[in-house]
Design a protein around this ligand. Structure first.
Ligand code: SF4
Length: 152
């Protein structure tokens, strides 16, 4: 991520979300279901900026990249916890939390879009596997598997 304002703003959004989640206190039972997209009928959408952060150190070794799940999941756990995208952070199965993810998503995705506008960064939003496949293709060519920012 070339613009430090973008990185700092994204990390601040993650921090602010964490504070909201502390207040709401949804329970995670570590089932790992949220990361097995096909099995549980999920789709995970992220911004290119988040993909850049997630893939800062590249894909996991021998990663299988497809629509079925996330290659950062090992067992039931996320191996990219510090860099995981917003959609991973906001999602909980806890029935007492029902409806909250939508409210928080509306609030923070608006902020993320505004951050892109302020920094002159194109808004590019899509399914996780699209960004991961892009990175895997680059890695297969012997290039860095980091996500490349779009031209300004
Ligand atoms: S980044 Fe982590 S939390 Fe998000 S889908 Fe992948 S394994 Fe799950």
């Amino acid at each position: 991520m070339t613009d430090p304002r973008l990185r700092a703003g994204l990390l601040q959004i993650y921090e602010d979300l964490a504070q909201d989640l502390t207040r709401l206190a949804p329970v995670c039972d570590l089932s790992g279901r949220c990361c097995r997209f096909k099995e549980y009928g999920h789709r995970l959408y992220i911004s290119r900026t988040e993909a850049e952060l997630l893939l800062q150190d590249g894909l996991p070794a021998d990663a299988t990249v497809n629509e079925d799940g996330c290659p950062f999941q090992k067992g039931q756990l996320c191996t990219a916890r510090e860099k995981r995208p917003f959609g991973c952070r906001v999602y909980f199965c806890d029935p007492k939390y029902a409806g909250q993810a939508e409210i928080l998503s509306e609030k923070y995705l608006a902020q993320l879009r505004e951050l892109h506008r302020e920094t002159g960064t194109p808004w590019d939003y899509g399914e996780l596997h699209v960004f991961l496949q892009e990175a895997a293709s680059r890695a297969a060519l012997g290039e860095s598997s980091e996500v490349i920012p779009p031209p300004q």
